[in-house]
Design a protein around this ligand. Structure first.
Ligand code: FE2
Length: 361
């Protein structure tokens, strides 16, 4: 199995001072307006109904939406152009921004609990995409989340099917003396049906997606149960016989070492397309927190396949303008504009899509 992405391995790790003070201030303001106020509303509603407050998960595409809104946010438009200039200077021409997200970490709040690669990168056949993850604010947390670099984990990356396969590790508690599974996430051509305006085609796609994720869930559950009940030698045999049915392989836990990178406010961490990563998860003090904004860059290329299990790809499908028919080129939506109206799918269809996620715990 090939194990490295030669283009990504040359990328810088941290770009210092990508945003200046006024840019950072503007993003903090946007974070409050676009994400934090929404979270607080949801938390208040949950409290009023006696429910546990919902987790502050990654929020996608709020900046793209803001760019389309009136009054025009000239400062934001200028920051986006500045990021494009930074990318061209450091990575060369041909990359387009494809996603934005907020990343918030505080006591009890973990943005991404599962060790994963970002599935959306694999929509094209390119393997040299990257995220810029820019630190905006922190208290006692001037560092990145956990990255499992190829350099620190040669054994792990030898087991991966790179370039070309999105991989997760389940469960993510790699510091415990328990065996973990590698999960090669399914990439398929058929979710192209999602991209049609025709609701029959979209219904068929949603049914496929629901059935496929249910199948993966079933196999994963059986393996997690087997891991609890079987001795290691028997678990190995079980996984060898049945694991391939769910793209699952046993991973020796001693292979995994996480690295964190030091950052100042305004610095951008570069996360490479084929790097496994996860939010840091140790308990925090009440006043500790960290805010970052992320942007995904991919080389402009035709869409060839889709991942259908991840939250980011589902977030993308909620917007009419972000549906990309098979074979179409990635659009430069952050500079040209895009229709960010929500899809108006019938309720059963939306239900199917909402329930087409693999739960990894
Ligand atoms: Fe990620």
């Amino acid at each position: 199995m090939a194990s490295t992405c030669s283009a990504c391995s040359q990328y810088p790790r941290v770009l210092n001072g990508v945003l200046d003070e006024s840019d950072v201030r503007h993003f903090r303001f946007l974070f409050k307006e676009l994400a934090e106020d929404e979270w607080q509303k949801r938390e208040k509603a949950a409290k009023a109904e006696g429910r546990a407050p919902p987790r502050r998960v990654l929020e996608y595409f709020t900046i793209l939406k803001r760019l389309q809104m009136e009054p025009r946010d000239d400062k934001l438009w200028s920051i986006i152009q500045k990021l494009y200039d930074t990318v061209e200077k450091n990575f060369g021409k041909g990359f387009v921004m494809q996603q934005d997200f907020w990343s918030w970490r505080s006591q009890g709040q973990v943005a991404a609990e599962r060790i994963h690669m970002d599935g959306d990168f694999w929509m094209t056949r390119g393997n040299d995409g990257f995220n810029l993850w820019i630190l905006l604010d922190h208290q006692g947390m001037g560092h990145s989340f956990d990255i499992f670099t190829q350099g620190a984990n040669p054994g792990l990356y030898k087991m991966l099917k790179l370039p070309g396969r999105v991989t997760s590790i389940v469960p993510s508690a790699v510091n415990e003396a328990v065996p973990c599974f590698l999960f090669f996430e399914p990439l398929r051509l058929w979710p192209v049906l999602f991209e049609f305006q025709n609701s029959l085609a979209r219904s068929i796609a949603s049914c496929f997606s629901y059935c496929a994720t249910s199948w993966f869930q079933l196999i994963l559950k059986a393996h997690l149960r087997a891991r609890e009940r079987l001795p290691l030698w028997l678990l190995r045999s079980f996984t060898w016989v049945f694991g391939w049915l769910g793209n699952l392989y046993l991973l020796p836990s001693e292979e995994i070492r996480a690295t964190r990178f030091t950052l100042d406010v305004g610095d951008a961490l570069v996360v490479r397309q084929d790097e496994l990563h996860v939010s840091d998860q140790e308990p925090l003090q009440a006043d500790q927190h960290r805010l970052a904004v992320g942007f995904k860059f991919m080389r402009q290329a035709p869409v060839r396949q889709y991942i259908f299990t991840g939250p980011a790809s589902k977030a993308r499908r909620r917007y009419q303008g972000l549906r990309m028919p098979w074979g179409s080129m990635l659009q430069d939506v952050y500079r040209t504009g895009v229709d960010m109206n929500l899809n108006v799918d019938p309720v059963p269809l939306r239900w199917l899509l909402a329930h087409s996620s693999v739960r990894y715990g």
